[in-house]
Design a protein around this ligand. Structure first.
Ligand SMILES: O=C(O)c1ccc(O)c(O)c1
Length: 434
């Protein structure tokens, strides 16, 4: 099933969607650079030289040099960004809009004074729209979620790996718990991991508190959390699949923040190290998905579970035969602050794992207060596991527990880990087939 992009059929109109945004990313960022007097002066002194300093395609530079806004829009420019360029050259919004219509400035102004352009004759060709609805292009192939991994993402685990301490008596039992996981992951390398984690005041500070962040970028550097960046490879993203997921989730009423550039911290890198070990390059692409669990209000378990269900629909409607893993990270019980620091609740953690496997919808109803009271203030990270669990196939398929592990302690936390394989039910053969 391909997504509804019928907005492309409105005549004389370019909708700025994720596809256009990817195409025009540097063009629009160039426009943003004109928000200082110093940069505007440099641009006006030598437009070509200033443009050449940006990674723009020649078509994009030429569109601006020709003052051709239609071409700039085709090349991914958005009018609110381009307005910064226009303002630098002394154009008003009316002059810019009029320049795209084939009218002179006077004609366009007169048309607006006369009541503006009529919608009559400017609607979608309904024959084309009807055809788009009645003959949706069936896709022979689609992406599949083949497994889910759930794991703690304690930074001290990353430090133990990076400093060769995995065989020390304190750490050996932790890494022993991931020995099978590394073999399983090697035998089941996906094309893409959709990795749910929380940023720990690394990419997002108090200037911005987005609830759900989908990484739509091509690559992500490793954050420096104070000890220097972890010595692990950078992350390659999948902008195309991420844009598809963004479109599908937002259409399903999940209000996401889309981020093209961000550094990723231990929340994302420690799970990758645990599952892939010490590698030169991660063997697959990763789409980072950050959930705010730092500043309240944080999303509920129920919201996360529903998001996971919508994520499954999004991934399965992507028309390429990719194998996708969905990972939920963070937890288990831990409290990093105040007189209750060090809180561990083995019974609650293990009941959480039991219910995550057998009763995820029921588990999703557990309120925040229970996480904080029973699993410690930072145990709230466990709501993120419900996103990955919601993406699996219980409705028309089955999940199989491949591995389960629990250990106390790693620094201040309990370590929990699960691997669930996803077995979607085979699609019913079409009539006439065996
Ligand atoms: O136990 C710890 O040391 C610790 C520190 C930071 C974290 O984000 C975390 O999950 C655990």
């Amino acid at each position: 099933m391909s997504l509804d992009k019928t907005y492309k059929l409105v005549p004389g109109t370019t909708i700025f969607d994720a596809e256009q945004s990817a195409k025009g990313y540097h063009l629009n960022q160039f426009c943003m650079s004109l928000m200082t007097a110093e940069n505007r002066a440099a641009f006006l002194a030598d437009e070509r030289a200033y443009l050449d300093a940006w990674p723009l395609r020649e078509e994009q530079k030429q569109a601006l040099l020709d003052r051709d806004l239609n071409a700039a829009m085709r090349e991914g420019g958005n009018i609110y960004f381009l307005a910064k360029w226009g303002a630098t050259l002394g154009f008003s919004f009316q002059q810019m809009a009029g320049s795209m219509t084939g009218m002179t400035e006077e004609e366009y102004r007169a048309m607006m004074v006369g009541g503006g352009r009529s919608v009559e004759g400017n609607r979608i060709d309904h024959a084309v729209l009807d055809a788009a609805y009645t003959n949706p292009e069936p896709s022979a192939e689609h992406a599949t979620i083949t497994g889910a991994v759930f794991t703690s993402h304690v930074p001290a685990i990353g430090a133990a790996l990076d400093h060769g301490k995995t065989e020390e008596p304190y750490w050996q039992p932790v890494f022993e718990g991931y020995a099978y996981s590394k073999t399983w992951e090697r035998e089941n390398v996906p094309d893409v991991i959709f990795l749910v984690y929380n940023d720990h005041a690394s990419a997002f500070d108090q200037s911005m508190i987005p609830t759900f962040v989908l990484g739509t970028g091509a690559s992500y550097p490793i954050a420096d959390e104070g000890y220097g960046p972890r010595p692990v490879p950078g992350i390659e993203g999948d902008p195309d699949l991420a844009a598809h997921i963004a479109h599908s989730l937002i259409r399903d009423d999940f209000d996401l923040t889309l981020v093209n550039e961000m550094a990723v911290d231990h929340g994302l890198t420690v799970p990758l190290s645990l599952m892939f070990g010490d590698v030169e390059k991660w063997p697959c692409k990763v789409i980072p998905f950050h959930v705010n669990v730092v500043q309240y209000p944080v999303p509920s378990g129920a919201r996360c579970f529903k998001l996971g269900q919508a994520l499954r629909k999004a991934i399965e409607s992507y028309d390429r035969p990719l194998k996708v893993h969905v990972w939920g990270t963070g937890g288990m019980s831990h409290q990093l602050q105040g007189p209750r620091a060090g809180l561990i609740n083995r019974e609650w953690d293990n009941a959480f794992l039991d219910r995550l496997i057998a009763d995820p919808a029921g588990l999703a109803e557990v309120p925040h207060l229970e996480y904080v009271e029973e699993a410690g203030s930072e145990g709230i990270e466990l709501v993120m596991w419900l996103i990955a669990r919601g993406a699996l196939s219980d409705v028309d398929g089955a999940v199989e527990v491949k591995h389960r592990f629990y250990h106390v302690p790693a620094s201040n936390t309990a370590v929990g880990h699960l691997i669930l394989e996803n077995h979607p039910r085979a699609e019913a053969p079409a009539e006439g087939e065996n």
